[in-house]
Design a protein around this ligand. Structure first.
Ligand code: MG
Length: 474
């Protein structure tokens, strides 16, 4: 009887044993990473950041179920260097993606992200991730040189525009058209690409947010067995503004509100797709913006809330952004985090989560945010540097920010030097109105030491860049 029982049960015992062995030895599947980047969205443009009339229920819910940062920064005050920093984990001065006029910001520029740079997509490919870039690229115009296409920088799939949506006006566009609220689609010859093929020109910009979203949902469905990295870089709310018929004239904030509310809808669709595919508990979603609001666009530009200035400036409004992390069961829910963090940290965090090696042959400025996100340890970032082009304008450590140079976003074309620097206590004075330098000589001395240490790591790069700029200057 005992022998018979053993014989009958042995396949079950073997199967159970095998199952246990498999569970015990299999490496856990690394998480999917989704980064959603808005363009020119201000710190004050979302309901969960205090906007009184723009409705953002999806982002508000993402913040309620996840972590909302109050002191999260983009690494530059304009599009191109900011995106380079996010994808490489490095201050743009290190990759040379910091001098916009001559390198990549303009449509005619021949420059682009150097092939030697390692993007999040390339790093995650080494761990078997499927990768997609949807939306605005702006790290080199691949219409001038195919080497700048996202597909050459680690992305398996790409659907989007090469640069900003105002960079290809047709002859029909009147001067100053970007400042008008009532846009006409035929003024903008926005070229839409799938991978390396031009599929539509001009793209109907009223469809872009919806189509990026459909592509994102499709990519999630097709790669649900994962892992995947999705970089969804919306064209909006960069000016000129376009919303689909479903959203146009629906917001109390006018067309700008329509556009932001459609981006919010898109975030909801992406989260719903992750939930439908059963992926929410194995996916980190992070939402932020590339730089602050384009204030000179009047009603067509956003709001930095209580922060000073906007896009193009190293005052807080130019670089401090909404930052929302969501990963049910992993990222702490309903937490408002006041620690210092920035887009470069997304690089290091993504690599750590994927089990990819953080490059050792170059300076990486991003730090691992997982202790902050999971509530397992202290903040890893102590200092943040504010650059405009090749020049260091300001530094923040803890609550204090020192400005060595200041410049209005679109004012006189010269920075104003400050010696001694201006010093602001940001939690006390988020609008940077009250200079407290005379009260804190020790803080100024400490910040000066931080700057000295940092400069020692970038000065050779800086001199090379200045040569490039001199050669390129007309
Ligand atoms: Mg931008």
């Amino acid at each position: 009887m005992k022998a018979l029982l053993t014989k009958l049960l042995s396949p079950l015992l073997l199967a159970a044993g095998f199952g246990l062995a498999t569970d015990a030895t299999a490496a856990p599947r690394p998480p999917n990473i989704v980064i959603i980047l808005a363009d020119d969205l201000g710190y004050g443009d979302l309901g969960c950041y205090g906007h009184p009339s723009i409705r953002t229920p999806n982002l508000d819910r993402m913040a309620a179920e996840g972590m909302r940062f109050t002191d999260f920064y983009s690494a530059a005050e304009v599009c191109t260097p900011s995106r380079a920093a996010l994808l490489t984990g490095r201050y743009p001065i290190r990759s040379g993606m910091c001098h916009d006029r001559y390198r990549v910001l303009r449509r005619q520029a021949a420059g682009g992200l150097p092939a030697s740079e390692i993007t999040i997509a390339q790093a995650l490919k080494t761990r078997g991730y499927a990768t997609a870039c949807l939306g605005k690229w702006h790290l080199g115009n691949y219409m001038n040189d195919p080497a700048h296409n996202p597909r050459r920088h680690g992305f398996d799939y790409y659907f989007g525009l090469p640069h900003s949506n105002d960079m290809n006006p047709t002859p029909a566009a009147p001067p100053g058209a970007t400042r008008r609220l009532d846009q006409r689609a035929e003024w903008w010859a926005a070229p839409l690409f799938r991978n390396e093929e031009l599929i539509e020109c001009p793209a109907d910009q009223t469809t872009l947010t919806r189509r990026y979203t459909e592509e994102a949902v499709k990519f999630i469905h097709e790669h649900k067995r994962g892992p995947f990295f999705l970089y969804l870089a919306h064209t909006f709310p960069h000016v000129p503004l376009f919303a689909s018929g479903q959203f146009r004239r629906t917001s109390r904030r006018g067309l700008y509100g329509d556009v932001v509310e459609e981006v919010d809808w898109s975030v909801g669709r992406v989260r719903a797709a992750l939930q439908k595919e059963g992926l929410a508990k194995n996916t980190l979603v992070f939402f932020t913006s590339d730089n602050g609001p384009w204030l000179i666009q009047g009603e067509a530009g956003g709001s930095a809330g209580p922060l000073r200035e906007g896009k193009g400036s190293t005052w807080e409004g130019g670089m401090r952004e909404p930052g929302i992390a969501w990963w049910p069961g992993r990222v702490q829910a309903g937490v408002v985090n006041h620690e210092l963090a920035c887009t470069m940290d997304l690089f290091t965090t993504a690599l750590k989560l994927a089990g990819a090696e953080v490059p050792q042959d170059r300076v990486i400025d991003g730090v691992d945010m997982t202790p902050l996100l999971f509530g397992t340890g202290p903040d890893q970032r102590e200092v943040f540097f504010y650059y405009r082009g090749t020049r260091l304008y300001a530094v923040r450590k803890g609550p204090f920010k020192a400005h060595y140079l200041t410049q209005s976003a679109y004012g006189p074309d010269r920075p104003v030097p400050h010696d001694p620097p201006l010093l602001f206590d940001l939690p006390h004075d988020p609008s940077e109105r009250f200079d407290v330098a005379t009260n804190y000589p020790d803080v100024l001395a400490d910040l000066a030491r931080e700057v000295e240490r940092h400069r020692a790591t970038v000065s050779p790069v800086r001199s090379q860049l200045e040569d490039v700029v001199k050669e390129a200057a007309p």
